[in-house]
Design a binder for this molecule. Structure first.
Ligand code: GCU
Length: 695
């Protein structure tokens, strides 16, 4: 088989013959759906294709059960709670399991007919999407050579499990590291959307159900009549996989496209303009998710430009969507001034989201959701969770992650992200003195929300690996798993991914698991430590490679405030920017005091001398030196350990990955030396082990 990466974890590699015989021989697939565009129909086809590859069984698909609603012997039947004939005796017995399903959930079970008779498999979705997810679950179990359980019920933690693509209409992708867009080219939607459907298939297999297809820094060119038709085609390509689409909008579209003199959200003509555009969009995309809005951020116009509140801006779009269905506004909390004055020690970009959104909790329309990046700055290697997550109670939220490793090595470095996500999702915000894990806020459980959940900037491109690196795809796979169940175990997830993607061989599974589990701490070690942020080059805007000097002396507010004696941002309420006070009091108290602040966030919250002792007993500067040497050394082992896979996986993916890991090992040395020498030059304190600056 061609191992170019396009199939990712859905390769359905054939099981060895001696294993195939442990699985039933299936007689037929019944997909209870008439419409070819239905995810249930897709599920039938997918099962057919999976069986032919994994078990080498050729099985026909039909769309109805024979008379008397009997389940034929050895059949696989997939449908929804509504289409499954409730008269079927098999269904009677499992009614309870099925009735507890949440939206998009599924019931899956293998039953014996009689004592030891042929098995049949039932897959019952709470809706059509759920049926498709159940089908994928069934196939992935087979691909992992695991038995189908007798009864298995699964429901998502949150209804919103979406992807954001930052694709531009000209085919480029902002922070995309894997070639041009699979959606757009030369200002228009591509004619051939094969890759879009393949992407939707991958998304559906990990139960992601929505996507924003264009860049948050968008322009109005998406809204031309031809492109609206194109959006309709994108939606058509993704719909059979249960994936709905939405779009990012540019706030000043009324001026630039509509020829109006203003984009003031309270202006009647502006309101009419957006109502009209929305009506047009729904003609082409009748099940549109809604709008993603980046406004008053990084130079983008927004309601504040017109003297209005952020809520006025969000509600403008929310009201335009309302008459058409369940569309929502994803209003990004990433609102900040990027011309901050560093000479003022009270200034702090991290404060911005809470400052801008406080007081608005009660005034948003109910279909406005605030989309909040996991940390208050910008997808850094280590951040505390955004305190805004503790401020909104009536306004539902979406948490934003980033699979595109913008500051994390851009898929040229292996960084398996779930351990980082876990530090956010498991964080206890202690709202009102009660346990409040971020994941329970996001699921809607804490404040009884109906619609909330997850978005991740993914940025797949036209490259046959999708993300530019085979191993980076484990982050997309894991992202889906975490949206569904944020308590997923990161080891289990990477092991499953490896089995599905690469091989069942224990050496392959162990090596990939170990490298992945070590990758985030390793990258943190050789990039930015103790909460100082990633230290990438932010001035050249590439956000790649070491450039600690770039962090300060500009208006972006990602400051480290490093001088000859001390380093870190004083974010205390006592003497600093007051940021720590944005957390609920129990958390604020911990971060207010350098003694109780965990080492890994020390420099995030405190401006301390390089000679300050950490809980480990090391000084801050010695920790920098040691961590960089340790991290760089660990990275040297990655390509060497990967060598163990030679001959155990196909050559193409083996070599592609070896190349990346070898590059990473080299770049880790560049990181180590740049960062260590920079801080040695700053503070003049030598490395106790005489490594830094000694050549
Ligand atoms: C980062 C990123 C930008 C992006 C922005 C956003 O700053 O570098 O490219 O536009 O985040 O999330 O809006």
């Amino acid at each position: 088989a061609k191992e170019d990466g396009l199939e990712a974890w859905l390769r359905y590699a054939p099981l060895p013959a001696e294993h195939v015989k442990h699985h039933p021989r299936f007689s037929q697939i019944v997909a209870l759906s008439e419409a070819n565009s239905s995810p249930v129909y897709t599920a039938g086809k997918e099962i057919q294709s999976g069986l032919s590859k994994i078990l080498r069984q050729k099985v026909d698909v039909t769309n109805t059960l024979p008379e008397a609603a009997q389940i034929p012997a050895s059949a696989i039947v997939v449908g929804t709670v509504d289409t499954f004939p409730s008269a079927a005796p098999a269904i009677e017995k499992i009614k309870e399991g099925v009735s507890s399903l949440k939206e998009d959930g599924f019931w899956l079970g293998a039953r014996k007919d009689g004592n030891n008779g042929p098995a049949h498999v039932l897959i019952i979705g709470q809706n059509e999407r759920g049926a498709l997810y159940g089908a994928f679950e069934f196939l992935m179990l087979l691909a992992k050579d695991e038995p189908c359980p007798e009864t298995y019920t699964s429901s998502p933690s949150a209804p919103i499990r979406w992807v954001n693509q930052w694709d531009n209409l000209d085919g480029t992708i902002e922070r995309g590291y894997a070639g041009p867009s699979v959606f757009f080219k030369d200002g228009a939607v591509l004619d051939d959307l094969t890759r879009v459907a393949q992407y939707a298939r991958l998304m559906a297999s990990v139960r992601l159900n929505g996507i924003i297809v264009n860049n948050v820094n968008s322009h109005c060119n998406l809204l031309s009549p031809t492109n609206l038709k194109g959006l309709g085609r994108i939606a058509d390509a993704m719909r059979p996989w249960g994936v709905r689409i939405g779009v990012a909008l540019y706030f000043d579209t009324p001026i630039e496209l509509g020829g109006l003199s203003t984009s003031d959200p309270l202006d009647a003509n502006v309101v009419a303009f957006w109502n009209d555009i929305t009506t047009q969009l729904y003609e082409d995309v009748p099940d549109m998710l809604g709008y993603l809005i980046k406004a008053n951020s990084e130079g983008q116009p927004g309601p504040l430009t017109y003297g209005r509140t952020l809520a006025d801006g969000a509600n403008l779009f929310a009201r335009a969507l309302k008459p058409h269905g369940d569309g929502i506004v994803m209003y990004r909390a990433f609102v900040y001034n990027h011309h901050l004055d560093e000479s003022n020690w009270k200034n702090d970009r991290a404060n911005a989201a809470v400052e801008f959104f406080d007081g608005l909790d009660d005034v948003f329309e109910d279909n406005v959701l605030v989309q909040i990046k996991y940390g208050p700055i910008d997808f850094q290697i280590r951040e505390p969770p955004s305190p805004l997550l503790a401020h909104l109670r009536r306004t539902q939220v979406i948490i934003e992650f980033q699979v595109a490793q913008e500051y994390l090595g851009q898929q040229s470095h292996l960084v398996y992200l779930p351990p980082l996500w876990r530090t956010i999702l498991d964080f206890d915000l202690r709202i009102d003195g009660q346990q409040t894990l971020v994941r329970d806020v996001v699921s809607g459980e804490r404040f009884n929300w109906k619609r909330s959940g997850y978005a991740a900037v993914v940025n797949v491109g036209n490259d046959s690996t999708w993300l530019g690196s085979h191993l980076a795809m484990s982050n997309l796979y894991a992202y889906g798993c975490y949206c569904w169940d944020p308590t997923s175990d990161e080891r289990d997830v990477i092991q499953d991914w490896t089995r599905l993607t690469l091989s069942h061989h224990p050496t392959v599974i162990d090596t990939v698991t170990q490298l992945s589990m070590e990758s985030w701490p390793t990258y943190e070690n050789y990039s930015g430590n103790l909460g100082i942020q990633t230290l990438c080059d932010i001035v050249k805007t590439c956000h790649y490679g070491p450039s600690p000097a770039a962090m300060d002396g500009n208006g972006w507010g990602q400051w480290t405030r490093a001088d000859a004696y001390a380093i870190g941002m004083d974010r205390t309420t006592a003497t600093g920017t007051g940021y720590s006070g944005q957390y609920p009091s129990e958390v604020a108290k911990i971060f207010e005091n350098p003694e109780t602040t965990p080492d890994e966030l020390l420099l995030w919250f405190h401006h301390v001398p390089y000679t300050r002792r950490l809980k480990s007993g090391k000084t801050v500067i010695q920790h920098f030196y040691d961590a960089h040497y340790d991290g760089a050394q660990d990275a040297q082992t990655f390509p060497v350990r990967w060598e163990a896979l030679r001959g155990l996986i196909d050559d193409q993916r083996f070599k592609h990955t070896l190349f990346r890991l070898t590059y990473q090992a080299g770049h880790a040395l560049v990181w180590r030396d740049s960062i260590c020498n920079f801080y040695l030059a700053k503070c003049g304190i030598p490395d106790e082990h005489h490594r830094v600056g000694s050549y």
